[in-house]
Design a binder for this molecule. Structure first.
Ligand code: GYE
Length: 308
């Protein structure tokens, strides 16, 4: 009898410990852009895997590329009283109101990857992200060297109004502006998708009589460039040979194209970035409140020569 009590005491105690740890697990709501290319799902998977490793209860909401879905998701996280909210915002505008609501509810917000444009920066703790402007500059610098500073460029822009489309364009333009014979002659959004990139390149091919006089294609991400490569091949052109191909992300499918010689360079945007993001959130929740407004993640440039 005595030993049974003793045993049930342990079972009960263990149950209480378990209940206590389950109750104290940190709950984080993550509003993700969608799955527009190869980079994004890799980032989503990394966020889910890292959350498991950290014992975080992650509520993951896929916005399917629509900001209105993100606003709904963030409001749902507020209603659920999560401990923190992470947002990878589709576009930079339209965030003031919902961030005010999170602040009023005392729920800290962290930006991951993309940026927002809000007047009051105290509405979020910090942004943990690569430097998209630097990525644009790296692509521009690579192209300046590869073309010896003489190049007519077609540009495939990312989602209009998104931080990477704005900043990669600005960074790239700031470098080519240093070379009087480098210029962007055509530029259009392909919405960061393979399909979008293919359609835009088809239009460029038509408008330039088969890319006559065009020396390079700069795409704000690899997926659009992968679509552009398809369009060029279908038109009997030789991407990577007739036209220099430079883009951003360094996804596995682009590495394959670099190896095959259909593309020339890609700036790496790391997708395994949960290990940079969660420690900031967790330390904040434990009491470290003073973060710089931007925690930067490095980016590197890779050329066809590296992957061979
Ligand atoms: O380059 C692109 C994705 O937000 C920086 O979004 C990210 C970009 C990335 O769709 O492939």
């Amino acid at each position: 009898m005595r030993s049974r009590n003793w045993l049930s005491g342990i079972v009960l105690g263990a149950g209480m410990v378990f209940a206590a740890s389950a109750a104290s697990a940190v709950t984080i709501g993550f509003s993700q852009v969608g799955d527009e290319g190869d980079w994004r799902p890799a980032f989503s998977k990394d966020m889910q895997d890292e959350a498991k490793k950290e014992g975080i209860d992650l509520k993951f909401a896929d916005a399917q590329g629509k900001e209105e879905n993100q606003l709904k998701a963030v409001r749902a996280f507020i209603a659920q009283r999560v401990d923190a909210i992470i947002i990878a915002p589709v576009v930079v505008t339209g965030w003031d109101q919902v961030l005010k609501e999170a602040k009023a509810a005392n729920i800290p917000v962290f930006l991951a990857d993309r940026d927002v444009d809000v007047a009051d920066k105290s509405l979020y703790v910090t942004r943990i992200s690569a430097d998209f402007n630097l990525e644009g500059r790296l692509a521009g610098a690579w192209l300046a060297a590869a073309s010896k500073g003489r190049c007519n460029i077609v540009e495939l822009q990312g989602t209009t109004g998104s931080a990477p489309a704005i900043e990669r364009k600005k960074g790239f333009e700031s470098v080519i502006a240093l070379f009087p014979d480098m210029k962007i002659v055509k530029s259009q959004s392909g919405d960061f998708t393979t399909d979008g990139g293919k359609k835009v390149m088809e239009a460029f091919i038509k408008a330039t009589d088969g890319l006559k006089g065009i020396c390079a294609s700069f795409a704000h991400n690899d997926n659009m460039q992968l679509g552009a490569i398809q369009a060029m091949k279908e038109a009997g052109l030789h991407p990577g040979k007739d036209v220099l191909m430079v883009s951003v992300d360094y996804v596995p499918a682009m590495v394959t194209e670099l190896k095959a010689g259909d593309a020339n360079a890609s700036v790496e945007l790391r997708s395994a970035i949960g290990k940079y993001i969660y420690p900031v959130v967790l330390e904040y929740l434990k009491g470290k409140k003073d973060w710089p407004k931007w925690v930067k993640i490095p980016s590197d440039v890779h050329t066809a020569a590296d992957v061979k």
